[in-house]
Design a protein around this ligand. Structure first.
Ligand code: NAD
Length: 480
């Protein structure tokens, strides 16, 4: 079993604790890699290396040169996509095909932000006074700490690192303790691409041991966090003590709203992909299905017909559509929510069981599950399950769909299925969510901002907006 090391200043370092812990394969339940147990001393070393790069070679490099390095990294990600896929899928239990797609997509983030690096420009500001000249310059904030969850370690880190580096910052990355290996493999590619030592560092370990010291570190200017809202709140409070910048990409309980004038076959496929991709373990999962009452029964039948054919099993095998839940605590949580839904009186029309036995490894499998008869006040309608569980609610008209859709503390995303352009535009205006998909679900792109309203977070990742999260704007006055 391979024992990994921390990546600090382009070198592999043993953790100060001298301790390692196991990373588990979610399918087999077996340990498959040894992860360094980082702590505050390692964070100090990584931040010092990052700061030295910021004040040295990275600072003197032109924005065009930095962009070219990001581009080179994108090429190396493409060239090493199979290895990155293998280690990430081994850690999070996702389908190989799904992870392979994410790795290719991750390379595009580095191409895109590499291209943006030398296009970040200030402005000459028109003056209301004589004999003065004012212009703005954008400057990097400094050392950025990234903290990411287990569901898509590489992609979610790239969403932060690519714009942060394009803006001229340096990074200390902390992956989830459940899925650390892929970032360590990626780190090696930074060195190979020719990034100066300290520009990108990885410290692995637990939230308390590594995440907290990173957030508290006086030389870390900004924390870019993705994870649950509990962790997000802790990060936000700790960062506020130091007036630190934060971006938070948190949870969701997104409504997918189907009107009776929609293309129902297309909508059914969109709803299925919206909730069951990655076994429902995505922040943007369309986990609340709102159905217009006139199509309710017919639409539920369509969903059951599609989802009941899903093939569960070893995520490494071709043809498998649903893999295991990524961690044992998450598996227990999903199972407990199924019990909650039943106790609340929701009707289970599909799934609701775990799968064990031959072909199911350590048995961390939950069947795609659909509950009807859900009321928006129920916990199964309001709380994030982060698993393959869909709650179906009814509405009678647009106003009620908007009311139910917005009646929740989250606001990450929403889907709307309709053939009416007027309705599509009206709904997209009224829904309180950072992303609204019309007649599609789960589309994302490096060119487009993504982030949450309300308890789903702060700030945006993707597009030009992401770069702005990592920049200070300076106003310069010159008397003429
Ligand atoms: P989590 O909040 O438990 O952990 C996320 C990261 O934070 C981990 O690296 C963890 O070690 C670290 N951490 C935990 N406590 C910390 C602390 N006090 N200080 C600093 N770091 C700390 O989340 P998870 O269980 O790994 O991931 C699932 C959650 O992530 C879900 O709620 C999901 O919705 C959310 N998520 C959001 C998005 C998005 O873009 N909005 C994307 C994916 C996942």
């Amino acid at each position: 079993m391979q024992q990994y090391k921390l990546f600090i200043g382009n070198e592999w370092k043993a953790p100060a604790s001298g301790e390692w812990f196991d990373s588990l394969d979610p399918f087999s339940g077996e340990p498959w890699a040894r992860i360094p147990r980082g702590n505050g001393q390692d964070v100090d070393r990584a931040v010092a290396a990052a700061k030295a790069a910021m004040e040295g070679p990275w600072h003197t490099m032109s924005a065009t040169q930095r962009g070219m390095l990001l581009h080179k990294l994108g090429e190396l990600i493409d060239a090493n996509a199979d290895q990155l896929t293998e280690v990430e899928a081994r850690d999070n239990g996702k389908l190989r095909t799904e992870v392979r797609g994410q790795v290719s997509y991750m390379a595009k983030y580095f191409y895109y932000y590499g291209g943006l690096a030398d296009k970040i420009q200030g402005a000459v500001i028109p003056m209301d006074k004589p004999k003065v000249f004012n212009y703005t310059r954008y400057e990097p904030v400094g050392v950025v700490g990234t903290i990411t969850p287990w569901n898509s370690s590489l992609l979610l880190t790239a969403w932060k690192v690519a714009p942060a580096l394009a803006a001229g910052n340096v990074v200390v990355a902390k992956p989830s303790e459940h899925t650390s290996v892929s970032l360590l493999v990626l780190a090696g590619l930074f060195a190979e691409a020719g990034f100066p030592p300290g520009v990108f560092n990885v410290v692995t370990g637990y939230g308390k041991d590594v995440g907290e010291p990173l957030v508290e570190h006086p030389d870390v200017a900004c924390i870019a966090f993705t994870g649950g809202d509990e962790g997000g709140r802790r990060v936000s409070v700790a960062a506020a003590k130091h007036f630190k910048r934060v971006t938070l990409e948190l949870g969701g309980k997104s409504p997918n709203i189907v009107f009776d004038d929609a293309d129902l076959a297309r909508a059914a496929n969109g709803v299925i992909t919206g909730i069951f991709s990655a076994g429902g373990q995505t922040c943007m999962a369309g986990s609340r299905l709102l159905l217009q009452d006139s199509i309710h029964d017919e639409f539920v039948e369509r969903l059951v017909a599609i989802a009941s054919k899903a093939k569960l099993g070893d995520p490494a095998l071709p043809g498998v559509q649903v893999g295991p839940v990524a961690t044992r605590p998450q598996f227990d949580k999903v199972v407990s929510y199924i019990e909650v839904a039943k106790a609340e009186g929701a009707r289970c029309v599909l799934g609701g069981n775990v799968r064990r036995g031959p072909g199911f490894g350590a048995g961390q499998f939950v069947e795609p599950t659909i509950f009807t008869g859900v009321d928006n006040g129920m916990r199964i309608a309001q709380e994030e399950v982060f698993g393959p569980v869909l709650s179906v609610l009814k509405f009678k008209d647009e106003e009620e769909a908007i009311q139910i859709g917005n009646d929740i503390r989250f606001g990450l995303a929403a889907g709307v299925w309709t053939k009416s352009l007027h309705r599509a535009m009206h709904m997209s205006e009224r829904l309180k969510a950072g992303t609204v998909w019309i007649n599609n679900y789960r589309s994302t792109s490096f060119t487009t901002p993504f982030g949450g309203y309300k308890d789903s977070g702060l700030g945006r990742e993707g597009g030009v907006e992401a770069v702005k999260e990592f920049l200070e704007v300076k106003s310069v006055w010159i008397s003429t």
